[in-house]
Design a protein around this ligand. Structure first.
Ligand code: FNR
Length: 350
C-alpha cells in the first residue's frame, strides 16, 4: 500500500514497532483525554478561505529567531529515536536537512548531540534541555550543543515529574541514552530532571548561554509573560503531546491568549496534534510563528528510516502548500485570525 498521509504512516508504524516502543511513542497520560483533544482541537476550527487573490506563487516562509526559514515546520524534541530505527537521530537529521526543517534534539536522544551534528552538519538544529538536579550536567550539555552548531536552546518546563503514563507502566522500555551515557528505563531517566526548577534558573541559563532560549511547555499567558521577563526569546505552547498532565488545554486552544500576551515580543510556537497541512495553516492564522511536529516524524522513521521521516515532512509541507493556495493566503506570513472560525460541526463526531 502506498503511504500518502501522516495517518497512513501512523497505521504502518503501529504494525512495525514492538509493544514497548509503541506504548512509549503513542501513549499519553491517564485517560489520554488531552492526547486525543490535541488532534480534535485543530478540527474544531474551520477555515474561512478567500478567493481570486492570485495564488500561482506561494511562500510558506517565516522568520524565526530573526532568521528567514523556508517553512514553519520544526521537528519537536523527542527522546529515543533509536527505538524507531537503528539510524536514530542521525537519520532524522538527514530528513531535516533534506526538507530544510529545524530538528530539535532531545536531552534524552539515543545518540549524543555532538555525534548527530558531526554526521549531518547541514541539518539546522536546536537543542532541548532538561535541567537535572546536577546543574553541572546541564552546563556541560549546553556547551556540547553550542559546539555542535545548535542555534537555540529549548528548555522544557512541563516535566517536573513524570505524567501518569499508564501504557508505559504496563509495558516499560529500557534504552541506551546518548547524552547521559547509561541504559535506563523512562522512569529512571525522567527522575534525573530537577522538580525544583524555577524562573530564576531560566534567567540563569539565558544569561550563561550564547544561544537564544525558548521555554517549552507554556499553556497560559501568565507564564508566557514570565518567560519574557526572565530572558526567553520564544515559547512553545505545548502540553508535551498529552503525556504529562491529563485534561490540560490543547495547544490549539491555549495559543490565542499567549499570542495576545507576548506575540509582539516573542516567537510563539505551538505543538500537539498537528497532522495535516490545514492544522499548520490554522496555527499560523492564530498567530503562531511556527509549529512543532512530534510523533508523525517517529512514525516515518519507524516505517522507513531517514526516507520515511523525510516523506512525512514532505507530505505535511505539500499539504500546507495546497492549503495556503486554496485558502487564498499565498504568503504564509500574511495569515491572520480572519482565516479561521469556530467550526459549526463542533459536537458532531469528527
Ligand atoms: C516527546 N516530547 C518531548 N518533549 C521534550 O521537550 N523533550 C523530550 O525528550 C520529549 N520526548 C518525547 C518523546 C516522545 C515519544 C513523544 C511522543 C513526545 C514532547 C514533544 O516534544 C512534543 O511536545 C509533542 O510530541 C507534540 O505533540 P505531537 O505532535 O506528538 O502530537
Amino acid at each position: 500500500m502506498s503511504l500518502i498521509s501522516l495517518a497512513d504512516y501512523e497505521q504502518a508504524a503501529r504494525e512495525q514497532l514492538d509493544p514497548a516502543a509503541e506504548a512509549y511513542y503513542f501513549g499519553g497520560a491517564a485517560d489520554e483525554i488531552t492526547l486525543r483533544d490535541n488532534v480534535a482541537a485543530w478540527r474544531r476550527l474551520a477555515i474561512r478561505p478567500r478567493v481570486l487573490v492570485g495564488v500561482g506563487e506561494r511562500d510558506a516562509g517565516v522568520t524565526l529567531l530573526g532568521r528567514r526559514r523556508r517553512h514553519p515546520v520544526v521537528i519537536a524534541p523527542m527522546a529515543l529515536h533509536g527505538l524507531a530505527h537503528s539510524g536514530a537521530e542521525t537519520a532524522t537529521a538527514q530528513a531535516a536537512a533534506a526538507t530544510d526543517s529545524i530538528m530539535c534534539i532531545s536531552t534524552f536522544s539515543s545518540q549524543p548531540v555532538g555525534a548527530v551534528g558531526t554526521a549531518v552538519p547541514e541539518a539546522p538544529c536546536w537543542f532541548q534541555l532538561y535541567v537535572f538536579n546536577d546543574r553541572g550536567v546541564g552546563r556541560e550539555l549546553v556547551a556540547r550543543a553550542e559546539e555542535s552548531g545548535c542555534e537555540a536552546l529549548v528548555v522544557t518546563v512541563d516535566l517536573a515529574l513524570r505524567g501518569a503514563r499508564e501504557r508505559e507502566i504496563r509495558t516499560p522500555i529500557t534504552a541506551d541514552l546518548g547524552n547521559v551515557p547509561a541504559t535506563m528505563s523512562a522512569e529512571e531517566f525522567i527522575s534525573l530532571v530537577d522538580a525544583d526548577l524555577t524562573w530564576k534558573d531560566i534567567e540563569l541559563f539565558a544569561g550563561e548561554t550564547s544561544l537564544p532560549v525558548i521555554v517549552k511547555g507554556i499553556l497560559t499567558p501568565e507564564d508566557a509573560r514570565l518567560a519574557l521577563l526572565h530572558g526567553a526569546q520564544g515559547v512553545v505552547v505545548s502540553n508535551h503531546g498529552g503525556r504529562q498532565l491529563d485534561t490540560v488545554l490543547s495547544g490549539a486552544d491555549a495559543l490565542p491568549a499567549v499570542v495576545d500576551a507576548v506575540g509582539a515580543d516573542l516567537d510563539v510556537l505551538v505543538d500537539g496534534g498537528i497532522r495535516r497541512g490545514t492544522d499548520v495553516l490554522k496555527a499560523l492564522a492564530l498567530g503562531a510563528s511556527a509549529v512543532m511536529v512530534g510523533r508523525p516524524v517517529l512514525w516515518g522513521l519507524a516505517v522507513d528510516g531517514s526516507d520515511g521521516a523525510r516523506r512525512v515532512l514532505e507530505l505535511l509541507l505539500g499539504e500546507l502548500d495546497t492549503a495556503l493556495g486554496l485558502a487564498g493566503a499565498p504568503q504564509a506570513e500574511a495569515l491572520n485570525r480572519s482565516f479561521v472560525t469556530r467550526a459549526p460541526w463542533v459536537g458532531d463526531a469528527t
